[in-house]
Ligand binder design. Structure first.
Ligand code: NOJ
Ligand code: CA
Length: 702
């Protein structure tokens, strides 16, 4: 049986009723689930191409299957962004899904709906997209094949494979390609290395990227910015981006312990492969709702046990060597010490106190002995019941900590009881940790054999879901360090409140080497596209190890304040020791004031690796906050304040780099001043080399 080759666009084909299967235009159903593969009917229709365009008409994706090899290409305003790039999956069992496939049916849909986040960088998220469900089936009329679901947004495109049930399958290779201009500039960290996602960014032509983590951010010669990432990473492996040859990028999945990329049983869908597209860097940072929109709606229901807020902790002291995690004379997590931190939090309006090193297992070589952690057993000098009570009396909550040293099974065996212990003591947020080299997450199988896997393998991804579900049963939110990368899963599991997943502040304490001066001017356009980051800003003693030590915080004081706005997280740490805040009470006021939950967020200006200017409106209020950071070069910023609410007068409380400020030679010079402004005004300020600016726009009562 052979296909009737008709060379017309699928939409017309549908309208003309030429395709028998799957041709009806679906009512808009943006959350539509896995498509049940439609049987191919007697008459096979092969369509030459299928095309989808974004609601504003600027971005198009075209799918073709010349010679039976499905491939897609993407354009912006008609100009090629992604050249024809192959698609496909290969399996250990054979019956690969990469060739011999023709387009047999196309179904259209579209959506325009707005939904509300329980917490977030904006309260209301608009999901406006067009969709095609493209059936790719055997050229000879068999049922072998898959559906490709494609969505086009004004901020980019996403597509995923929807594979029918053919029993157990072991994915050994995904050949999704992203053929881009090899001369484009890329900002990237290496993938599949020992330090997981925690590398400084490199800036090179794409053609020099060996294998990179996502989001992988690119700037084309004409200034168009792209980011390649994924959405809804569930029951599958995380995607690394491998380079075949100049600009020919290919998905490379993080392997399981047995080398297989993903084991699946029955019908399955892959995560969405996402290409964000924007005219400039700021547009990229403003287009990240695409990831949330490509995730399923909230599955957990009410997560009001979690309240966004700021926290302090027994933490930085360990990193700079003042305290120890383990027991002994310098033990940080003592009852007495924790009470001091609770008092400090209460005095300053912070809602949480993180305590690390509270449980048995930290003595000795904890990095290599995750098996020894006991998550229900506090050290004798840490009275969790008394501290839970003491905190509650002061309107503060403890934030729990579970360092697993990457031993997943040891944690899973204890986590339900550990969450119950926390729940009983009023703890609603837990920071988890998976300190272990990149391929060394330890699992113990049913036969008692130790197996080792990657931090973004399918096994880790599945573990994370079990953690989120167990935590939710005990009204607990999770902030994972050494996480699998964020793919917008917080929409579906809104107790996944923050995570690490890049180099945080801690590297400035223990170096090897510290973060680069430009690091925070890269993050908003790379790591931050993916979601909240527990960066732990607010270090006021910028040289905790002394002036001569290479490990210092490469920043001015004002820049430390700006990070509360430029880096989004619903929980933000005031990371330094209380005594260092006492030394700068004026600057500290900004940290006391700044919220962590937002009505709206806008990236106003920026260039990747140079600078960023971000404005956010507090949720449930009229105040706006602005953060700006620059790289190793000083910079002047001029802004229109038209983001402010028209008709209101604001007092702009400005925390700016002071005279002669410079991250290297004069980091503490700060100028704090205020002036009245309205949305009609413009504002200019200067940022020192390695500096920044933080501004609170406090609305005057009407
Ligand atoms: C690494 C985490 O990023 C850090 O915040 C934590 O203190 C240590 N692991 C110990 O758990
Ligand atoms: Ca870390």
């Amino acid at each position: 049986m052979f296909a009737n080759h008709i060379h017309i666009k699928p939409r017309l084909a549908c309208l003309a009723g030429l395709i028998l299967a799957g041709c009806a235009v679906n009512p808009a159903n943006p959350e539509s689930e896995v498509a049940t593969p439609r049987p191919v009917t007697e008459t096979i229709v092969s369509l030459e191409r299928a095309q989808i365009t974004s609601p504003n008409g600027r971005i198009s994706l075209e799918l073709t299957s010349a010679n039976g090899q499905p491939a897609y290409a993407v354009t912006l305003d008609g100009a090629e962004i992604v050249a024809p790039s192959r698609l496909g999956l290969r399996f250990a069992e054979g019956a690969d899904l990469d060739e011999g496939l023709i387009i047999t049916a196309v179904t259209e849909a579209s959506a325009d709906e707005t939904w509300e986040q329980p917490w977030g960088e904006r309260r209301l998220v608009r999901d406006e997209h067009n969709e095609l469900l493209i059936a790719l089936r055997d050229a000879d009329g068999g049922t072998h094949g898959y559906d490709l679901r494609v969505r086009a947004f004004d901020s980019g495109v996403g597509f995923r494979y929807e594979v029918p049930d053919t029993g157990p399958r072991a994915v050994v290779d995904e050949i999704t390609r992203f053929n881009v201009d090899g001369d484009a500039t890329a900002w990237w960290t290496p993938a599949g290395e020992f330090n997981r996602l925690e590398y400084t960014y490199k800036t090179t032509p794409v053609s020099e990227v060996p294998r990179a983590n996502t989001p992988l951010t690119l700037r084309l010669e004409d200034g168009t910015h792209l980011a390649i990432h994924e959405a809804a990473l569930v029951n599958y492996a995380g995607m690394w981006i491998d380079q075949r040859r100049g600009g020919e990028l290919e998905a490379d999945l993080a392997p399981r312990h047995d080398g297989v990329k993903a084991r699946l049983d029955g019908a399955f869908v892959t995560p969405w492969r996402v290409i964000q597209i924007a005219d400039d860097a700021a547009g990229l940072a403003n287009g990240t709702d695409i990831y949330l929109n490509l995730n399923e709606p909230n599955k957990l229901g009410d997560v009001s046990y979690f309240t966004p807020g700021k926290y302090v902790g027994i933490w930085w002291g360990m990193h700079i060597g003042t305290y120890t995690w383990g027991s002994g004379p310098e033990h940080g997590a003592t009852t007495e010490n924790t009470k001091d931190y609770i008092d400090f939090a209460a005095e300053n309006g912070f809602s949480g106190v993180l305590v690390e090193g509270w449980n048995v297992g930290w003595d000795g070589d904890w990095f290599n002995n995750g098996d020894l952690f006991r998550f229900g057993e506090p050290y004798p000098d840490f009275d969790i019941e008394e501290l839970g009570r003491y905190a509650a009396e002061r309107g503060v909550e403890l934030i729990g900590h579970h360092e697993t040293s990457g031993n997943i099974t040891n944690y899973e065996n204890q986590m339900e009881d550990a969450y119950a212990l926390y729940e009983a003591n009023g703890i609603h947020t837990v920071k988890t940790g998976y300190v272990a080299d990149g391929s060394d997450l330890k699992l113990v199988d049913e036969d008692g054999f130790a197996r080792y896997t990657w931090h973004d393998s399918q096994e880790r991804v599945e573990h994370d879901i079990r953690v989120l579900e167990a935590a939710h049963r005990h009204q607990i939110a999770i902030n994972a360090h050494e996480p699998a990368r964020d793919t917008g899963l917080r929409r579906t599991y809104p107790n996944a409140v923050s995570r690490e997943g890049a180099r945080g502040m801690e590297f400035n304490a223990w170096g090897t080497p510290p973060n680069t001066v430009e690091h925070q001017a890269i993050l908003p356009f790379t790591r931050m596209l993916a979601g909240p980051f527990d960066f732990t800003p607010g270090i006021f003693d910028l040289m905790p190890n002394g002036e001569e030590d290479q490990n210092r915080v490469p920043s001015t004081l004002a820049k430390q304040l700006a990070l509360y706005v430029t880096i989004y997280s619903p929980i933000q740490m005031a990371a330094d020791l209380p005594e260092n805040y006492a030394a700068h009470p004026d600057a500290f006021q900004f940290i006391r004031d700044v919220p962590t939950d937002w009505e709206e967020s806008i990236t106003l200006q920026g260039e990747v690796g140079d600078f960023v200017v971000t404005a956010r409106q507090e949720r449930g209020g009229q105040d706006w906050y602005l953060g700006a950071v620059t790289d190793e070069y000083e910079r002047k910023v001029d802004l229109d304040l038209d983001f402010l609410t028209p008709g209101l007068t604001y007092r702009a409380e400005m925390y700016l780099d002071g005279p002669g400020a410079d991250w290297d030679t004069n980091p503490y010079s700060i100028r704090i001043e205020s002036q009245e402004v309205t949305s009609e005004d413009s504002l200019g300020f200067w940022m020192a080399a390695g500096g920044g600016a933080a501004i609170r726009f406090a609305a005057a009562a009407e």
